[in-house]
Design a protein around this ligand. Structure first.
Ligand code: GRF
Length: 204
């Protein structure tokens, strides 16, 4: 199976996905390209070191959002992916782009959706005094951070937590659940249909 990963920064989720492909946790699958909307980020270095095509489609080169999305789509489709994984990708995609990859594009979000969509999730969790926070991997739909979740991990908020310590534990959870979500999607155990995640044989 062919995976294209979209990134914007450090690439820690890319790293865990690459490791899972190598170890067979995501069976028979290879990352065939990594595409960033920002140049010279850590994720591109990681890809280059792994001998994987590492491309930049810089959103600053495009006026309208739709023009960026069209250029991004062309680069992605050159690699004929089975699945596109947003891994620390910090751009909102147009409905037409999302539609094209409906059911085969995932995102990881650092909260227990539907709680805390959007940005600053850890700071907001601390401000609100929630006892449980976490990470979600979901199908990407036109509405931001609102697609059906495939897997979530709960992370306890500790009394001594600050934004950095909480973010670190949530990121660790992301690294554990993203490969699992991709393995389930690529094996056909879960699919997107009629706006929902449909399970072939639900995990125990
Ligand atoms: C992570 O916190 C992830 O939740 C968010 O982007 C951050 C960085 O991800 N989507 P990565 O280290 O670049 O994979």
């Amino acid at each position: 199976k062919r995976l294209v990963i979209l990134v914007s920064g450090r690439g820690s989720n890319l790293q865990s996905i690459l490791a899972a492909c190598r170890s067979g946790q995501i069976p028979d699958t290879q990352v065939v390209a990594v595409v960033s909307n920002r140049p010279a980020v850590g994720a591109l270095e990681l890809a280059a070191l792994a001998g994987i095509p590492a491309l930049t489609v810089d959103h600053r080169d495009y006026g309208a959002r739709v023009d960026f999305d069209t250029a991004l789509q062309r680069q992605i489709d050159d690699y004929a992916p089975d699945v596109v994984a947003l891994a620390g990708f910090m751009r909102q995609l147009t409905p037409a782009f999302v539609q094209r990859y409906e059911g085969r594009m995932l995102n990881v979000h650092p909260s227990l959706l539907p709680a805390f969509p959007g940005l600053r999730t850890h700071a907001r969790a601390l401000e609100q005094g929630v006892l449980w926070h976490g990470a979600s991997v979901h199908f990407v739909t036109a509405a931001l951070d609102a697609g059906p979740a495939i897997i979530q991990a709960a992370v306890a908020v500790l009394p001594e937590d600050d934004e950095q310590s909480l973010a670190a534990r949530v990121l660790d959870a992301e690294h554990r659940i993203y490969p699992q979500a991709l393995a389930w999607l690529l094996s056909g155990r879960v699919a997107y249909a009629a706006g929902r995640a449909q399970w072939r044989d639900p995990p125990e």
